[in-house]
Design a protein around this ligand. Sequence first.
Ligand SMILES: [Zn+2]
Length: 346
Amino acid sequence: MLKLFPKVFMLLWLAASGAAFSQAEVAGSLAEREMRVLATEFPGRMAGTAQERAAAEHLVARLSAVGLSAELQPFPVRYTHVPAGATEPVEFEGVSHNVVVDIAGRSNEMIIVGAHFDTAVSRNLEQAEAGIGGPDLQGLDDNASGVGVLLELASELAGAAPEHKIRLIFFGAEEVGLQGARYVVAAMSPEEREQVRLMINIDSIITGDHLYVHAGPVTVAADPAHAWARDRLLALAEELGIELKTNPGLNEDYPAGTGCCSDQVAFDEAGIPVANFEATNWRLGNLDGYQQTEVSDAFPDGETWHNAHLDRIEHLEAHLPPGRLSERPAQVLQILLPFVWESAGI
Ligand SMILES: [Zn+2]
């Protein structure tokens, strides 16, 4: 009885505080902490570099600390970039890694949740000189923010016994052509692709004015029912009173309700239904989801993409609305946790 008391007390406290699941912390706290650690301790996580490898090992250690065994999945990468201090682009060839965790299920179906942990490279001298990509890029928005959310999801899933397997993938080499995600998809047999019910991706949830979730243009064109996860996530957000939008479709190259350009693309192109979270503003610029916020002194092009001066903690904390760095991870997790519980059958 004495032994049970603390647990009962905690359950009562959780019920009274309205906290979901088993967490004693507010949703998003762990995500925000981990986002800050990855951005500040592992800047310049460029595909195939020692720093990307160190970040991958850091993630394995973080997962191990919550009782999850993660695997480093190596794959070859190739891209052109201007290394720090160089004046000419060079061809880089090396090995990048995905970090993969499986939560075993009872069925042979699977849900994949992913976020890339690498940061952008400098593709040409102009970019290198302007601090676009390269060794000083923290990538807080893109994409320590998604990694933080995925780590908190992982900690919530430790010990879970879902109906369907849940595979969490921290992707390497997203910034050089989705090479980590493409490696995963290419390694799957047609039967394995059939067994993936859904791929959820989280990329860049801090800078943008609004939080969005989209379905995949290829799979939805084949069958509109493939947007089931997007629609369920939108409905959950509405029930929770959280503002969540989808692409309004103002640019005909990007059909309404669908997104683009991050790791989920590799899965969408392989016929796997996807839902991707991002924050941006689809009503600005070329209406293509690239411009994240209004143009201002702090954000001269209305975006922070791959910019080492802008996509960093000090700048974002000083110039985004107060509380943004806590609020967004919390919002995504409040929507994502019940969705994963429901769709994986926990
Ligand atoms: Zn990204």
